[in-house]
Ligand binder design. Sequence first.
Ligand code: PGA
Ligand code: ZN
Length: 423
Amino acid sequence: MDDTIRDMHAMEILDSRGNPTVAVRLELADGSSVVSRVPAGASTGAHEAVELRDRDMSRYRGLGVSQAIHNVNTIIGPALKDLPVTEQLAVDQRMIEIDGDPQKARLGANAILAVSLAVMAAAAKCRRQPLYRYIGGLNAALLPVPLLNVLNGGAHADNNVDIQEFMLVPVGAATFREGLQMAQETYQALKALLQSQSLRTAVGDEGGFAPDLQSNRHALDLLVEAMERAHLKPGQDMVLALDVAANELKQGDGYRLEGDVLTGMQLIDYYQHLVRDYPVISIEDGLAEDDWDHWQLLNDRLGDRIQLVGDDLFVTNPARIARGIDEASANAVLIKPNQIGTVSETLEAIRLTQSAGWNAVVSHRSGETEDTTIADLAVAINGGQIKTGAPARGERIAKYNRLLAIEQADSSLSYAGWEAFRR
Ligand code: PGA
Ligand code: ZN
């Protein structure tokens, strides 16, 4: 059969931070081939699947992935030889069994995901379908609203802003293309605004600016002003989303914010005030990854007004998402395939999320490559949202350009717009 795996080769490549990551070239029996590349996080959650790193300090400061490469070439490859790529679940299951560790620590989630993504891409190629159509079938109907991280703090930047990401959300656009343009013009307006105030315009890992600012509110004021300078109506044409990455703020039982240590309740009050004063439609990781009690209180307080997204809380893990649904901890899940390590488990996490009426927000990592799989995934699942960085830096732009190409080629798809945030 043409759709069976003939061979696969893993290779150590570099991600957008210049750190090593895993690429896999998979060859089918018919001679055709595909390449996949996996991303890597910086503010990674404790409950994520394990990214296997060599820890050999004589290479790449210990960040080499030669062991993961070796695992693909000598263990996974031979075990999957001659299996059909259309059997995604069986392939993924096989790798999960061989690994045997709940966090995929033996073969490495980076090794496993690279193969899983390559298998999916190869199957789409065999079927002669665009990747989003192969994954989503006839049901794929929506182009996502992009959440563009244009101002950085936290672990992604060397400045004094605590909130990791401030994102532009062009909900009022009629098409994806128009939404991207609105965001790009706001990003450029923000740059000019920063320059006019002698603030730094160097960018962080995801392409957002990373100036030293007086406070988080200062950042929000600048974003609202940038929208106005780009001739947009804040709250109507464009809204804002935050990723607090609150794990990184944790201090003892509390959270360190702008020089003070706040209790979980005080932090919730703080968010309530931000949401009152600014057009913030979504807050991700407002609380730490194991602070389930405060997550529930936050959702109780704000969950009927804004989107509350669990990233480090859920780590794309169906078991943790099930607990969140049970306890009404949030109303959305950030979906990062490399947090769980296979395509099948990622799709299971998405099904579970959506079956609870929650939003599934497909996301990049801060360390990315030119791989654009997540753009197709966002379209395939009708998630209505994608988080993939600023309108700058090649590895971020690759995803946006893929979405532009999908929109251009397929008139059956429509832009999610406000609908993405109406549950
Ligand atoms: P990471 O950050 O990829 O460094 O984990 C992205 C995020 O927190 O959403
Ligand atoms: Zn996050």
